[in-house]
Ligand binder design. Sequence first.
Ligand code: FEO
Ligand code: CA
Ligand code: CA
Length: 676
Amino acid sequence: MDRKSFVTDPEIGNKAEAFEAFDDIPTNPNLSRTIGDVINHRYGRRDLLRGALAVTATTALFGTSAIVAPRRAAAEGHGARYDFEELTWGNDENHHIAKGYDADVLLRWGDPITADAPEFDVMNQSAEAQLQQFGYNNDYVGFTPLDADGARGLLCVNHEYTNEEVMFPGIGRQDEAAYADMTKELVDIEMAAHGGTVVEIARGEDGKWALVRDSRYNRRITPLNTEMMLDGPAAGHARLQTNDDPTGTRVIGTLNNCAGGMTPWGTYLMAEENFHGYFWTDRFDADGYPVLDETLPEAASYDRYGVPGMWFNWGQYYDRFNIDKEPHMPNKFGWVVEVDPRDPDAMPVKHTALGRFRHEGCETTVSAEGRLVVYSGDDNRFDYLYKYVSTGTVSDDPAANSALLSDGVLYVARFDEDGTIVWMPLVHGTGPLTAENGFNDQGDVLIDARRAGDILGATPMDRPEDVQPRGDGTAFVMLTNNSRRKPGQVNAANPRPESSFGHIIEIKEAGGDHAAETGTWSIVVKCGDPTLAEVGAEWHPETSANGWFGSPDNCAIDADGRLWVATDQGSDWAETGKSDGLYALETEGELRGLPRLFFRCPVGGEICGPYFTGDGETLFLSVQHPGTDGTKDFKGFERESTFADPATRWPDFDPNMPPRPSVVVVTRQGGGKIAI
Ligand code: FEO
Ligand code: CA
Ligand code: CA
């Protein structure tokens, strides 16, 4: 598939499917390195299929010292440790939660979030109103308390993208229609619906959370009008200088903010994922397909990052999204943005020290010496896993802590066949990262982090999504799927060709120290239906028909150090027949690899978040793009959703309202921790 597909391919049902299809473009030039010569010694054995305990394999290979003691003793691991009654799998118009819990809708697309905001009027939307209302396609959710008992706090939510076909009346999918009905007015609403939201929420006497609408903290952050600065080694670089900013230190907006993170000092990190999709060119060939001028200075970098993606036509109205007019502007996206939710006047900062790629998640932890460590995936087929280690250490001074994201070392991961992970520094002048290879300075290394990873021999992964570190030197990596990996391209850490269902890797950093430059890795589960031998799934033998899942995407660690996994199967959900869901997944002891279904979302949606409050009593979930993905396979509906005719009208079920992406808050009936 080539670039032209994204403008005209009728097989692509919506933006999410375009995202998937774009990954078919082999942007990683290193794939030949893995073809035909990597034998999967560790996980290819049939006796490890289904039911064999991955922990046994880990122990055999590394000894028991490789397994750092979890916060909860493994000795408790007889019988299910998550004490909820497993939900039954399925897929329908509504969401479902395990018995004994409430799942209440907290914030919906369009809900007014400031005292002056107009009420949502879906037939009369405007950018001005949207700038004061909750955005579209909520993804990451973070929370930072404002008082000692955590009953008040700030909710920080990413808004990844927009689905015009169910958002605006009467226009249908615009990528199919060459954006014919996509006026500047609608583009401005799209831009105002992207970005992020910070709102104060409070827990009432009844234990229920609600928006504090008149809070001074409430604000939207958008690609339409939020000015940001860039700092770190690439700030001011010639390749970041644009007509509207000759200093190379300022940019308007952030976009495609997918998973994210919170820092230990309570700031909010917004990762910029599929930024390439927002850039436009006016250069078309005789058949009307966009073409890239390969003589441009940025052409090789564009190729590696997939610029211009042409998924949105913002560049027809804004020069800053047109690469013919602002060839350096794509270099100002693909970063991690830090927002101080406690200071509504503070300008967000894009921290270039954390590198530029399609950041999926930026979860933080603190190393043994007190350094800040940030893990981040690059969500593309055959791309890499990264982590960042600050030079300084975390202190009680929030202002000083922000500098930790400006000065440190970015590493890219190599997963060796013997179960070792090697973190390779992306430092100019180190190894091949020199001018001879096109890296003139550290700015070049960070702007082209992918190309730096290529030359260092990083391991091409099966789409690294969210990565969740735990305080004991462990990190869990969600590899969502990669149906394009050929049999000759497998490696030990990505062992399945044509992997439709993904897998989860556990990293144990050396000495339990997240700043370590080496560690060990093992596969926790290989996802998919364990009853189908050809799938090659590996789960705990007690895994139920409800429990197994495909396409892990987002994840969280609860107050007791246990893993929860949210899925995003996209338009391929029919391959499992299950809606996307949230699963508790055992990772320790004899129960390692045992999943249990806790929550499932309405048809066409995916689950994001998840985020547990510090006391473990509240769980925030994002239900993103309800009613859109793969609805042609939804029995009884079997067509693409439109504004007038959606597969579900969740959560309002009002005949005059389309589906609305929403944040859901989960609590236990009667109170207490979500899972004991
Ligand atoms: Fe936006 Fe990688 O999911
Ligand atoms: Ca995601
Ligand atoms: Ca995803």
